[in-house]
Design a protein around this ligand. Sequence first.
Ligand code: SF4
Length: 259
Amino acid sequence: MPLDALKLMEVAERLAFRGDRRRYYRFRTDRWYGGVASADVVGCNLRCVFCWSRSRDPNAPGKLLSPEAVAAKLYELAERRRIRQARLTGGEPTIGWHRHTRRVAELIVRDYGLHFILETNGILIGLDRRIARDLADLASEGSLEVRVSIKGAKPETFERITLVDRRYWEAQLEALRVLVEEGLKPGDEVYPAIVMSFDDEEDIRMLIKRIAEIHPALAENIDPEYVILYPHVKQRLAKAGIWPRRFFRPGEPLPEWMI
Ligand code: SF4
């Protein structure tokens, strides 16, 4: 029986939040996007079998932090490394948007003047247009980008690899649509990533066609995502009885476009 993305969201809200505070698994700087201060949120509304992030688990350890504390920590990290970008990643950052994440984004963009990067599976944006509106408002006052990672090229693949009901696949495309409609620049302030490890080429082509129908610039700026076979990822895949068609091994040099 597939899981329900909204029920998983509620579990994360119950276990990883207290009022406006959310638990964070870790803070770090890394090389993605040319250098970025990153915060890994605890809790996700999917259970991807290839997930490498330990922080998706709503019981993952970490610290409960207010939006002010999160933004300040990211700013401090960015300053120390002389970088101008901060991102929310790890689990699903849009969980708790109205009571926590929106404020983090506002502080990063307005108060600290950093470029804000939101990595999301898009489902909650597709279901709640107000998030897209907030992001578009913020983009008009500063600088941000939203990377919507689409899990699989079709609903059947989505259900197989996320363990969540296939009806939520469409919400990821809807997220791209509403973000563009609300005013984010397609291909620049909003763009898709596609998990390409589990589908055949024809299905991937069909998905790209659908994305192009939302806006051609989205289809021209797709980030391909492939599974990296870390040992814990391998174990999860084996348990689910799924093996990727395309993947990378840990330590294998990643192509330029992934860095
Ligand atoms: S959406 Fe991301 S964080 Fe959540 S389970 Fe999938 S890969 Fe992990």
